[in-house]
Design a protein around this ligand. Sequence first.
Ligand code: GDG
Length: 476
Amino acid sequence: MPSARPTFDLVVAANRLPVDKVVTETGETEWRRSPGGLVTAMESVMRAQPGAWVGWAGDAGDAPEPFEEDGIHLEPVPLSAAEVRDFYEGFSNDTLWPIYHDVIVPARFHRDWWASYQTVNRRFAEAVAEVAAPGATVWVQDYQLQLVPALVRELRPDVRIGWFDHIPFPPVELFAQLPWRAQLLEGLLGADFLGFQRQADARNFVRACRQLLGAATKGDRVAVDHERQVRAAAIPISVDFRGLEALAKRPDVRARAKEIRASLGDPKVLMLGVDRLDYTKGIRHRLKAYEELLLEGRISPPDVTFVQVATPSRERVEAYRLLRTEIEQTVGRINGDLGHIGAPAVHYLHHSYPREEMAALFQAADVMLVTPLRDGMNLVAKEYVTCRYDLGGALVLSEFTGAWHELHQSFACNPHDIEGLKQAILRAMNTPAKDKQRIMRALRRRVSDNDVQRWASRYLAALAAAPERPAPDRYA
Ligand code: GDG
């Protein structure tokens, strides 16, 4: 059917558009690119071929008209206030998120949330089908859009469809709790290629197809019917190493790193945590370990201090409100019991900061605490080592992050084991600088060789070749 609208060879679909609306001092509306790695990765890909991005612009109600930003065609999808509540806060973040993160909090199941998830996924699929050129490549992102692959295939059998899972894919024993488990798997099987953060995630998916759908599987492939197979494999995401390193090297950022340390009283050891305020991130466990180290007198302020940036997140979901209260009570108690005038034990910041400030914080921190109970990848870990071009600092990293599978040389921890976590923190503090530099060099090489641009090109090569494996590249 001829259409007056422009069409594109590459179409990305993600819950959010890669821009944020800002209202200027003069009251005008502007769009500013959001700083995420996915956008940077896409920029490098979209330079080679014209691309469109389908996503929600962030406000409930009518969507703005399609527009161009930095050479990317943006196609806003509207969400009503009820859909933000049911599709996004409800089904995505209160049903799927807990199930996909080991049920750290119980998942809530509501049939009307599921209905909304279906409606919104269909709307996204229709928007994709409109802007995809004949034979286009469609790349769907994340857990909010798991029905989109099959819906796009129904509307546009001519296009090649990929999906990437930014979060873990759970073991079948947990996934099976979902009342709509078969529909979700069938939605994903509409794709040609499914990308995951870890091999274990890809294997969990294949096993779920075998056990819950009775699908025939062989290695990393699932047979949909006699004609079609879907490949599921790990392609771990990364950061814009060169871009972020250049930011960290800027004189203003370096000066700010020094200033941060000075304003904290130039501690011997500055520990840092940076997370969305999410129950998956292990912030409570981190605080517990830190508090015990203080109580046992193994560390003490102002020699050692701890800055925890907890970026506001999903504040309308009850589990997140409860978590915030709990964290803030714990911080209050630790500071009340163990801090002194001018030397609080924990500097807790419930804000979001510009990228420059994050890069300065990373450079200022001697010990970076990344202790999630479960995390698809955890980009903060990779950003920290990217900013440490001086080879300073030490990374304490949970084994339950995707990042740990690539950053084995870090100071590994099991955050559930508080005693073990304390030991990892002490090791990160006390290992001789020379050894820490050697570790940091190895970590940096890993991230530099596997940056987000390489992730995108590896993903697209795998999608183009699926269900076959793509020709191995230099590092694969
Ligand atoms: C999901 C998966 C996976 C945080 N606070 C501020 C800020 N951030 C930035 C960090 C980092 C990003 O947000 C958070 O990414 P993470 O990977 O750590 O975690 P999720 O948000 O849970 O992301 C995760 C990721 O998707 C990608 O696939 O790694 O496993 O859960 O980039 O630096 N950035 C700024 N100010 C802040 O206050 N500018």
